[in-house]
Design a protein around this ligand. Structure first.
Ligand SMILES: [Zn+2]
Length: 201
């Protein structure tokens, strides 16, 4: 009996005590490069800064306030926490995306020739606040009141996550022309933004 308990405990430990078990979703390692990669207000803009804890993720910033790198990192943690809570990430496609994505922050909005609103209705020549550019790059306007929670960052990260998982970012959102984005994705963004606000972001 005792032997069985010991074997059971050993097995449990090999599952949960490895240090990189399922409860730890990122390496959490504060690499040296993160210390040296920082915004310098005396140098010309835009500047590229690595997002700490997320491997090669980076942001291109128009000034040092938009946004401090640890704020961006915290936003990423919150996004991934909510994403896995809703959808899981069994093959780590979303984690992989977050570890190589580049966020291009902008102080100005852009005009898009065409696109879709959240319900899937097409528009032309509309102000936009974010746009996915490639598999690993997205442009994002800084948001109302200079808050990450008031920007389209999470919206664009959902497009990128869908792209990483299914190969298409689903440009018409909840519309039926393209598949991927569901009401659950919209709900997840709302909850994740609430969490951002709780942290003052
Ligand atoms: Zn969109």
């Amino acid at each position: 009996m005792l032997k069985k308990i010991v074997i059971f405990l050993a097995l449990m430990c090999s599952v949960t005590c490895s240090g990189h078990g399922p409860s730890v979703f990122l390496s959490n390692e504060y690499k040296k490069i993160y210390k040296t990669s920082k915004c310098d207000s005396d140098k010309p803009f835009p500047q590229m800064v690595l997002i700490p804890f997320f491997e090669n993720a980076s942001q291109v910033v128009p000034n040092c306030r938009t946004y401090p790198k640890h704020q961006a990192a915290l936003a990423f943690f919150i996004f991934y926490h909510k994403w896995t809570e809703y959808f899981g990430d069994r093959n780590y496609a979303v984690k992989g995306m977050l570890e190589k994505v580049m966020i291009q922050w902008d102080t100005n909005k852009k005009i898009s020739k065409r696109g879709y609103n959240l319900k899937g209705e097409p528009f032309k020549n509309h102000n936009i606040i974010g746009r996915v550019e490639t598999d690993s790059m997205t442009w994002v306007w800084q948001g109302y009141d200079h808050k990450i929670s008031q920007s389209a960052l999470f919206h664009e990260l959902v497009h990128l996550s869908l792209r990483a998982k299914y190969g298409s970012g689903d440009p018409d959102h909840e519309g039926l022309k393209y598949r991927g984005w569901t009401q659950a994705h919209t709900a997840m963004i709302i909850e994740a933004k609430q969490m951002l606000r709780a942290f003052g972001l």
